[in-house]
Design a protein around this ligand. Structure first.
Ligand code: ADP
Ligand code: ZN
Length: 631
């Protein structure tokens, strides 16, 4: 069978995603390769498919022990003889995995780096290993964000299997990290397969923050019953938002380092197993979260860098279906990041410079009225749109700017508006904070202003008609573009015009300004969202009620098997089922995402649910047929 045929038979997919076919071909021809694909790009298939085709053993080194069992379960669902070995296994599981390995039955083995380095597996694997795949390969590099010292020693083991091809996989695309991976893992004239970093299924939105809770709630309300993550900067924010959402009847839980380990574990497990819709978390949450149908990620505060944003927002839509990423921006968050970074000790000058650069970049991302997909691609030095990708008149069609929710001011008006704001700051001589300048521009006099005689200035009330939200946002926009600065030398942060700002006032510079219109992103009708999610063709309409019943039954099976629901079927499969209402196994077989194994195990049962049988009267598949915790 060809790779394409196996893809259809085992996984139920009829086409490869970008670079999957190339990676598989490299592995099968024994060539080393580096695979860089964004989250959701389908990296697992790059080494799972060679395991399904070949006669040997594919060893996958992964640092995410928490995910390994789920990955094994998913691979077994595709009919692969898969096992995992790591420190959290029960004795019986370990014996079984060892027996399978010794008996030559294992095709795909997940191991933690520690376990591989222990050395006792080498004898068992000898002569059978055809591919050594290193997942999260950026962990080998100091330059990456998750350095793991054990990764540096992997090559010692690899060198004992000179015949085996090596495959390094990561979503991190910086050239320094890539070069490090090649060197540290000893890839031998590797094929370099670098995908485009864009995630076309994500809708990016960035708005100025006006009312944190209200804006978060708006997003959550757009996604009733769907999985979402809300990130906030501090525990206090997390607790406040989580309490508010709970009051509003949202199924949610807080998650931060101040909670005890049991509470954190419970929240995480409930979220992954879809017993909980929303997690409100500090960035302590995320590493190793594998819920593929997270439909939205909201940043209630500004993240620390574009890289952090990419990674955290990237947890949305791993299943490739549409998902939404919203960032609520305020300049004051940047000051908090500065404060936190320097709290314990002053930063060395180089670190300080890189911090400032990171903060400015994320600020620019958040306030520039420019297509967010293109800003992100630009940041990662990739062309946008991706070569070969179609793009219509309306830009990406998947960000607040291209969707017309954030408008930019016409050029002349932008310059004029900026000049008004800048002259107010200039007249205030850098002796006042943002609030004072806002009041000055809006024409709100107070005692202090009257005493200063500032209510007599020409700039007093000059932006009265624009409203406070717009004025505050323009100040933020001018700060991240370096026309204004916030200085914190004294007791209070003061707003001051910069040399660039003065140059702008003299028409020696130009500026772009966004006009944040309060977004009216109404929740689309659920069925429409579902339809889009499963990319259903024109004539087909999903049946919402049936979808919910299929989901309920899937949850019953998943709970029983102890695996996340997506391991049984992805959402898109259930949506399609609800639209097609198949009556026979043959009809099911043609559907995307249903491989032969799943068809055999669950096909007849899901047909009964489609036929109208109540979920609580349904039986479960035979225990022996269930995936999940290895026995
Ligand atoms: P990554 O590890 O790169 O984040 P995964 O391996 O988890 O990505 O795959 C992401 C999603 O894409 C999964 O839901 C997977 O089932 C799906 N997928 C993988 N390959 C294909 C394909 N060829 N066609 C359609 N969906 C695919
Ligand atoms: Zn866009």
């Amino acid at each position: 069978m060809t790779a394409g045929e196996i893809l259809k038979k085992r996984w139920g997919y009829s086409t490869f995603k970008p670079l999957q076919a190339e990676s598989v071909a490299a592995a099968l021809s024994g060539r080393d390769c580096l695979v860089v694909l964004p989250t959701g790009g389908g990296k697992s298939l790059c080494y799972q498919l060679p395991a399904a085709i070949g006669n040997g053993l594919v060893v996958v080194i992964s640092p995410l022990i928490a995910l390994m069992d789920d990955q094994v379960a998913a691979a077994r669902e595709a009919g692969l003889a898969a096992d995992a070995l790591h420190s959290n296994l029960k004795a019986a599981q370990k014996r079984e995995a060892f027996a399978n390995l010794a008996g030559g039955r294992t095709k795909l083995l997940y191991v933690s780096p520690e376990r591989l380095l222990a050395g006792d597996l080498n004898g068992l694997m000898t002569a059978r290993v055809t591919l050594l795949a290193v997942d999260e390969a950026h962990c080998v590099s100091h330059w990456g964000h998750e350095f793991r010292p054990e990764y540096r020693r992997l090559m010692e083991v690899f060198d004992q299997f000179p015949e085996a091809a090596r495959m390094a996989l990561t979503a991190t695309a910086t050239p320094a990290v890539q070069a490090d991976i090649l060197k540290q893992l000893g890839l031998r004239s590797p094929e370099i397969l670098i995908g485009h970093p864009d995630r076309p299924n994500l809708i990016y939105r960035a708005f100025p923050r006006r009312d944190q809770f209200k804006q978060v709630l708006e997003v959550v309300r757009r996604h009733p019953g769907e999985g979402g993550i809300v990130y906030a900067q501090t525990r206090k924010h997390v607790e406040r938002i989580a309490a508010g959402l709970a009051d509003a009847g949202v199924s949610c839980s807080p998650y931060h380092a101040g909670l005890n380990a049991a509470a954190r574990q419970k929240a995480q497990a409930d979220f992954v197993n879809e017993r909980l819709d929303v997690i409100v978390a500090t960035i302590a949450f995320g590493m190793g979260i594998d819920r593929s149908n997270v439909r939205y990620v909201v940043h209630a505060n500004t993240p620390r860098s574009v890289e952090h944003y990419q990674q955290e927002s990237g947890r949305a839509g791993r299943d490739g279906e549409p998902a939404e990423c919203v960032l609520l921006f305020a300049v004051s968050d940047l000051a908090t990041h500065r404060f936190l970074a320097k709290k314990d000790a002053a930063l060395p000058p180089e670190r300080e410079r890189s911090l400032e650069r990171q903060l400015r970049d994320i600020g620019r991302y958040a306030v520039s009225p420019v297509c967010r997909h293109s800003l992100l691609a630009q940041h990662f030095a990739a062309p946008y749109p991706a070569p070969g990708a179609a793009q219509g008149e309306a830009g990406c069609g998947a960000c607040d700017v291209c969707l017309g929710e954030t408008k930019s001011l016409p050029k002349e008006e932008a310059v004029l508006t900026a000049k008004k704001v800048l002259s107010a700051a200039w007249r205030a001589e850098g002796r006042y904070g943002t609030g004072y300048v806002v009041n000055l521009l809006l024409g709100r006099v107070n005692d202090r202003m009257a005493a200063n005689g500032h209510d007599l200035l020409k700039v007093f009330g000059i932006l009265k008609d624009s409203g406070e939200a717009a004025v505050r946002s323009w100040i933020d926009q001018l700060v991240v573009q370096d026309f204004l600065e916030v200085t914190e030398e004294g007791e209070y942060p003061l707003l001051r015009i910069t040399a660039d700002g003065k140059a702008l006032c003299r028409d020696e510079k130009t500026v772009v300004l966004g006009l944040p219109v309060p977004p009216r992103v109404k929740g689309a009708k659920k069925s429409k969202a579902l339809k889009k999610a499963a990319a259903l063709p024109g004539g087909m309409e999903p049946d919402e009620a049936l979808f919910e019943r299929l989901r309920a039954y899937r949850r019953v099976i998943a709970d029983k098997a102890g695996v996340p629901p997506y391991v049984i079927f992805h959402d898109s499969v259930l949506i399609e089922m609800s639209a097609v209402k198949p009556r026979t196994l043959e009809e099911l077989r043609g559907m995307k995402g249903i491989g032969e194994r799943k068809l055999e195990r669950y096909g007849a049962l899901f047909l009964e649910v489609v036929a109208g049988r109540p979920v609580d009267s349904m039986e479960l598949p035979d225990a022996a047929d269930l995936p999940g915790p290895q026995v």
